[in-house]
Design a protein around this ligand. Structure first.
Ligand code: ADP
Ligand code: AMP
Length: 217
């Protein structure tokens, strides 16, 4: 199954992708996670991505498409994958069509998590992530049992540098200008479903699994 999880920053893509990984046994491909790993490792890719990520701008399409193309050709993607945070521009979506055609695969579903703009800053600013296993929490909406300690692995939680109000405002405006047009793009292409992301995390997962239970591979 080839799934795209769409939605503005903070909508819950990563949270839901983690659930779908467990359910379907296919990998989550998060371009944001890949860029953050590259920044931490100090690679050439990381150097290219860091400046853009700091301000909330998008990393150039050719760089982003390059890493996705390479990642999707890996053996663990043979049975499918969950794209989280890609595509984010119409050019990236066009490139994804070519990558899928080259791999002989179709898109199975595009799930767009809708959350009103006024909720997104609070979601991002309260987000905490485990340094060790990447599990995502929220200080108010999905807190860990022990403050700053991951329930899953006992790792320490951290706050992303770009999860502050100022950068988030820029990320939301980038979303409006560059990513929102993909809603029409995928509505026209079919296989598009909107999911109400204001529901509790478990309800959102349930709704997604219901949609995915009826899609073709
Ligand atoms: P994205 O990957 O779309 O940027 P995340 O999955 O990281 O978003 O979620 C952003 C923040 O919102 C996290 O702190 C997460 O715990 C919280 N969150 C996710 N889904 C919900 C939900 N349905 N209700 C309330 N908070 C949520
Ligand atoms: P995310 O983890 O999805 O919130 O992404 C964090 C940051 O990584 C974004 O603000 C961008 O700077 C960069 N990024 C992630 N995915 C993409 C993408 N598909 N295209 C361009 N930049 C991206």
């Amino acid at each position: 199954m080839q799934i795209i999880l769409m939605g503005p920053p903070g909508a819950g893509k990563g949270t839901q992708a983690a659930e779908l990984v467990k359910k379907f046994g296919i990998p989550q491909i998060s371009t944001g996670d890949m860029f953050r790993a590259a920044v931490n490792e100090g690679t050439e890719l990381g150097k290219k991505a860091a400046e853009c990520m700091k301000t909330g701008a998008l990393v150039p399409d050719e760089v982003t498409v390059g890493i996705v193309k390479e990642r999707l050709s890996k053996a663990d993607c043979a049975k499918g994958f969950i794209l989280d945070g890609f595509p984010r521009t119409v050019d990236q979506a066009d490139s994804l069509n070519k990558i899928l055609a080259d791999l002989g695969k179709n898109l199975s579903a595009v799930l767009n998590i809708h959350v009103p703009a006024e909720d997104l800053i609070e979601r991002a600013v309260g987000r905490r992530i485990c340094k060790n296993c990447g599990s995502t929490y929220h200080v108010k909406f999905n807190p860990s049992h022990k403050e700053n300690i991951c329930d899953n692995c006992g790792g320490e939680l951290f706050q992303r540098a770009d999860d502050n109000e100022e950068t988030m405002k820029n990320r939301l405006s980038v979303y409006e200008n560059s990513t929102r047009p993909l809603i029409e793009y995928y509505k026209k292409a079919g296989k598009y479903t909107e999911i109400d992301g204001r529901q509790a995390i478990g309800k959102v997962t349930e709704e997604m699994e219901k949609v995915l239970s009826s899609v073709e591979d």
